[in-house]
Design a binder for this molecule. Structure first.
Ligand code: GLU
Length: 482
């Protein structure tokens, strides 16, 4: 039977390089064996999931050429492929688990749970549900539920013994059941948690191999218990190594840009980026580092897959990309350069410079700060800290602004209007005047004291470039003597 594999991203932020990494390995394995690669959207976290994030995931994976055979936008006969459209399926399935005792209803109030947690913390105990509702007679519990009493449904983890997950890359991994929490499966609003939805979907979608990051290993025992509770054969599990920063910590925004869009907007070639991702977990043999997606598919074999924490090495990525640019045929390179520089933004760049140039030849120097990664702050660094503020406060405000553009609904889409609205509110909330904040943002984002209107400029720079520059402005300020 040809394999059916999936990636299951949650649309809660920018498309993450880790998603591309895991997608690549799923894709290569599926294609090697004539299988099916599925994209499922795990949007059960209603508060954090957004439509724009889902669209950005589709777009980023397509840019890389990792096309899926079944998914929310392409269809398929095991859909729907968006979990928010499958809630009736989960509710129906959880009934099986209640009927056979694998799950139970829990009526604990949030106050009781908070008090329980506080006590566990005070006694330095492991956090986890204390089993208060495990003993309620199922018939009583069902009638309380029918009477409308608010409750969740929890997994009944055996109190003794152990649960083993068989990892095809790492061997058996043993978990003592006492350490596994009675996980909530269905929330009081009738929405499933990740664990229930993930297992039900992997089964109903006919997934044969679950290839995902090692951060999901700890969910493994809960999943194994769920498969057992349903009486289903679990798929084979492969937990890949997580991408890491140079200091071996889990790849994080603070140390490395993690959005695929960042690499795209800085003009890395998608084929190079894929090859770079592949080298972190796959060895072609004989130290061969440069290969295409097709070559990887041809050679794909689990014995060539490495699970040790692969370090995301930006210097290597630059070297790969430089080599690939030099190897391009002149016409293809010309096309790629013009496309990258101007496609979709020439009009904006012309509009923003029209009032400020005197000769045609002024155009390129004027717009140069819209390109490239970091900028030189030497001519503005002395002016970044507003008169009545100090360096520490200025750094704090820049950091808060960086966080704010992730969180604020208005700023997220990075439009001129949205940024204006967000920045005004942000300044007020920080107790800063716009005339203190805006010049700082301009200097940090452009390395200049003058630019077209601030929000036009930020929107045209794009979120990823702005983020990169605000981070490097913070570093430049830190280096500045007090
Ligand atoms: N929704 C999970 C994620 O965001 C999926 C994990 C899995 O592959 O099981 O990565």
């Amino acid at each position: 039977m040809p394999p059916r594999v999936r990636i299951a991203p949650s649309p809660t932020g920018d498309p993450h390089v880790g998603t591309a990494y895991i997608a690549l390995f799923n894709y290569a394995f599926a294609k090697k064996h004539g299988g099916t690669f599925i994209l499922r959207i795990e949007d059960t976290d209603q508060q954090r999931s957004t439509q724009s994030s889902e669209a950005a995931i589709f777009d980023a994976l397509r840019w890389l050429g990792l096309d899926w055979d079944e998914g929310p936008d392409v269809g398929g006969d095991r859909g729907p492929y968006r979990q928010s459209e499958r809630t009736a399926i989960y509710r129906e399935h959880v009934q099986t688990l209640l009927n056979n005792g694998t799950a139970y209803r829990c009526f604990c109030t949030s106050e009781r749970l908070a008090a329980m947690r506080a006590e566990q913390e005070a006694n330095k105990q492991n956090p986890g549900y204390d089993g208060h509702c495990r003993g309620i007679d199922p018939a009583d519990a069902a009638s309380r539920a029918e009477g409308g009493e608010a409750h969740v449904i929890r997994l009944r983890v055996p109190e003794e013994g152990e649960t083993v997950i068989v990892d095809e890359l790492r061997g058996d991994i043993h978990f003592s059941n006492a350490e596994v929490d009675d996980q909530v499966l269905l929330k009081s609003d009738g929405f499933p948690t990740y664990h229930l939805a993930n297992v039900v979907d992997d089964h109903l979608m006919g997934i044969t191999h679950v290839i995902r990051g090692e951060d999901w290993i700890t969910s493994g025992p809960k999943h194994v218990l769920l498969y057992r509770g349903f009486g289903w054969e679990p798929p084979l599990f492969f937990h890949m190594g997580l991408l890491r920063n140079a200091d071996k910590s889990k790849l994080s925004k603070r140390k490395n840009p993690v959005s695929i869009d960042h690499y795209r907007s800085l003009g890395y070639l998608p084929t190079t980026f894929l090859n770079f991702l592949a080298t972190m977990g796959f060895s072609m043999g004989e130290d061969q580092e440069r290969f295409t997606l097709e070559e990887m598919v041809q050679a794909f074999d689990w014995s060539h897959v490495k699970t040790g924490g692969p370090v995301f090495d930006g210097v290597k990525l630059d070297a790969f990309c430089g080599d690939d640019i030099r190897a391009m045929d002149p016409q293809a390179l010309k096309d790629a350069l013009v496309k990258h520089a101007f496609e979709g933004r020439l009009e904006t760049l012309v509009d923003l410079s029209r009032e400020r140039i005197n000769r045609l030849d002024d155009f390129l120097p004027y717009i140069s700060f819209f390109f490239g990664g970091e900028v030189d702050y030497s001519s503005v660094i002395g002016k970044m800290v507003p008169k009545k503020r100090d360096k520490k406060e200025t750094i704090k405000v820049l950091k808060a602004y960086l966080e704010g553009i992730e969180r604020s609904e208005a700023a997220r889409a990075f439009t001129v209007e949205g940024l204006g609205e967000f920045s005004k509110e942000f300044a007020a909330a920080q107790g800063w005047k716009p005339k203190e904040l805006y010049p700082l943002l301009r200097a940090a984002a452009t390395g200049r004291t003058a630019s077209p209107s601030l929000f036009d400029t930020l929107a045209a720079l794009g979120k990823d470039r702005v983020r990169l520059r605000l981070r490097s402005a913070i570093e430049a300020l830190r280096r500045l003597a007090d």
